[in-house]
Design a protein around this ligand. Structure first.
Ligand code: BTN
Length: 237
């Protein structure tokens, strides 16, 4: 599988460009990468600070899967980034559910996915995965514990080389099974077996994160003793 990489300088958001390309029929594994974003978007309607030096890209995927299986993509993506940070930089990268990547409990990478489905079936037209990795930037986000590769490794790194490493890892993972991906993800997460607070756009739920189920939802045992499956939200450990 070859990647089709489109480079930009300053953009509003790579998500907007990728969405336009996906709607216009761009191939699977198209990548939109930008040096800076004016309106970088984060999860739960937040902004993503996108100063020069960070790696900002969106990957367009056209997986041949049913809607019920789509959460596998998020596990695959976060695991791919963890593998690269571990193997190339020897960093103890961990995933915080759903897919924040942390090093020493400081966030280094955020992932945002947007999807379009076929109107007449349960299949996916495209799923766009936006990734913001702090590489040579000094992220200063109010009230958040964040870091970058430069802050951790005390040197400038080649962003494009990192991008190609990440894309290669995704290509490897696409051929691996759901079970393997989720079990390796579980070995690299800080969320399971912890007391957590999950904040969704509608509610806040407290409990213990028990497992990931066969659909990729987080299984929570609430403080009231109920089992709940959580599909999305922010997680505070
Ligand atoms: C998060 O909130 O943790 C997700 C952040 C995702 C940021 C990336 S940067 C590239 C892509 N373009 C955007 O506007 N957002 C994503």
């Amino acid at each position: 599988m070859s990647s089709n990489i489109h480079y930009f300088g300053m953009v509003n958001s790579t998500m907007d460009i990728a969405r336009e390309m996906a709607k216009n029929g761009c191939p699977d594994f198209t990548v939109v990468v930008a040096e800076q974003q004016k309106n970088g978007r984060g999860r739960m309607n937040r902004a993503w600070l996108s100063d020069i030096g960070g790696l900002y890209f969106t990957l367009v995927l056209r997986p041949d899967i049913n809607l019920t299986k789509v959460s596998i993509i998020n596990f695959l993506i976060s695991l791919g980034i963890v593998r690269v940070l571990r193997s190339k930089f020897n960093l103890d990268a961990r995933v915080k559910w759903p897919n924040d990547i942390l090093i020493f409990h400081q966030k280094i990478c955020g992932i945002l996915s947007e999807m379009e489905t076929e109107s007449d079936s349960d299949s996916v037209k495209f799923i766009n995965i936006g990734i913001g990795l702090n590489v040579n930037n000094y992220p200063l986000v109010k009230d958040q514990n964040v870091t970058s590769l430069k802050l951790l490794l005390y040197k400038e790194l080649d962003k494009m080389e990192i991008l190609l490493n990440i894309l290669d890892e995704f290509k490897k993972l696409i051929n691996e099974s759901f079970n393997n991906i989720v079990s390796e993800w579980k070995m690299n997460t800080i969320t399971l077996n912890k007391k957590v607070e999950i904040v969704t756009l509608k509610e806040t739920i407290k409990g213990t994160a028990i497992d990931i189920d066969e659909n990729g939802s987080l299984v929570l045992e609430t403080d009231e003793g109920l089992r709940k499956q959580i599909y999305y939200g922010d997680c505070f450990v």
